[in-house]
Design a binder for this molecule. Structure first.
Ligand SMILES: [Zn+2]
Ligand SMILES: [Zn+2]
Length: 163
């Protein structure tokens, strides 16, 4: 059995080593196929799941999907992940581990684990989005000015009602 998984496992590990981003099993499979590797999609899914369960790859969940990455740091750490392209930075959060342990213990919990990952838009994806937003902005300027004032008036009214 171990023999049977070896070739696929080696290909998957190589793919993860070559790619620095968090990717779904489907994306890992697509990238292997694009390189002309013959691996079944189910094999890729199964291997990634068991590698994550064994702590051999990192996985994060976002929008109900699992994303995998072979992090350089094999010790416990956290990530800040781009929700668009999967680019990631490994993080240690000063004092977090001790705080989690103390807090859970004070609430009567033992054998505590945690997964904390931060999601956002990376600088490159942010720049791409800004490029897209630039298209046609000149034509909208007039309209934007008037609509920018309108919500402010509404906010003022709202605060008056609260007061
Ligand atoms: Zn990105
Ligand atoms: Zn931690």
């Amino acid at each position: 059995m171990a023999q049977r998984v070896t070739r696929a496992r080696v290909l998957i590990e190589k793919q993860l080593e070559d790619d620095d981003t968090f990717a779904t099993a489907q994306t890992v499979y697509d990238r292997l196929v694009a390189k002309g590797q013959h691996v079944g999609a189910a094999t890729v899914y199964r291997n990634l799941q068991s590698m994550a369960a064994d702590g051999k790859v990192d996985s994060v969940r976002h929008d109900g999907e699992a994303f995998y990455r072979l992090c350089k740091d094999r010790r416990h750490h956290h990530h800040v992940v781009c929700r668009r392209c999967g680019r990631a930075v490994e993080l240690e959060i000063p004092g977090l581990e001790q705080w989690v342990g103390r807090r859970a213990c004070s609430l009567g919990f033992s054998d505590v684990t945690h997964e904390i990952d931060i999601f956002g838009l990376c600088a490159q994806c942010r720049a791409l989005e800004a490029d897209h937003a630039d298209g046609g902005s000149a034509a909208r300027t007039q309209h934007d000015d008037s609509s920018a004032r309108e919500p402010k008036d509404r906010t003022d009214t709202h605060f008056q009602q609260l007061a």
